[in-house]
Design a protein around this ligand. Structure first.
Ligand SMILES: [Fe+2]
Ligand SMILES: [Fe+2]
Length: 135
């Protein structure tokens, strides 16, 4: 079970809620591992598509927020978002085509480590800008 704790907070309620939602979708992947659906390609692909949809929505929201400020890491932050989207799209495409690929455990490990590192190393760097501390 992946838990959102205050150390992930970016001091913005909307964004924090969206991060919690992302964690909850990843928990669905972990739940799937415990069932017979762990090897069900269509099922994993369906959860990954949900993760992809919500991640795209979340990244857009985040970019709108920090683009409205003088946040200096805009370009590299957006690049990091694009790289993650590409990674998830590749996972889905492999599942859909039946190409041997990551299993549910590997997928949840990978998405969790990417997202948690991203929040801690990237998202937290815009906090002072979106809260107006730095103008
Ligand atoms: Fe981000
Ligand atoms: Fe984020």
């Amino acid at each position: 079970m992946i838990e959102w704790t205050p150390r992930f907070s970016v001091s913005d309620e909307t964004i924090d809620m969206q991060h919690q939602k992302l964690f909850s979708i990843m928990n669905d992947i972990i739940e799937a591992m415990k069932t017979s659906k762990a090897d069900d390609r269509a099922f994993i692909s369906e959860i990954l598509k949900r993760l992809l949809d919500y991640t795209e929505y979340h990244f857009r929201e985040e970019e709108i927020k920090f683009n409205a400020t003088t946040y200096p890491k805009k370009t590299e932050h957006i690049r990091a978002h694009k790289e993650f989207i590409k990674k998830v799209e590749e996972m889905i495409s492999k599942k859909d085509k039946g190409i041997p690929s990551l299993n549910a455990i590997q997928i949840s490990n990978l998405t969790y480590s990417w997202l948690s590192n991203h929040i801690l190393n990237f998202d937290k760097t815009y906090t002072d800008y979106i809260t107006g501390k730095i103008k």
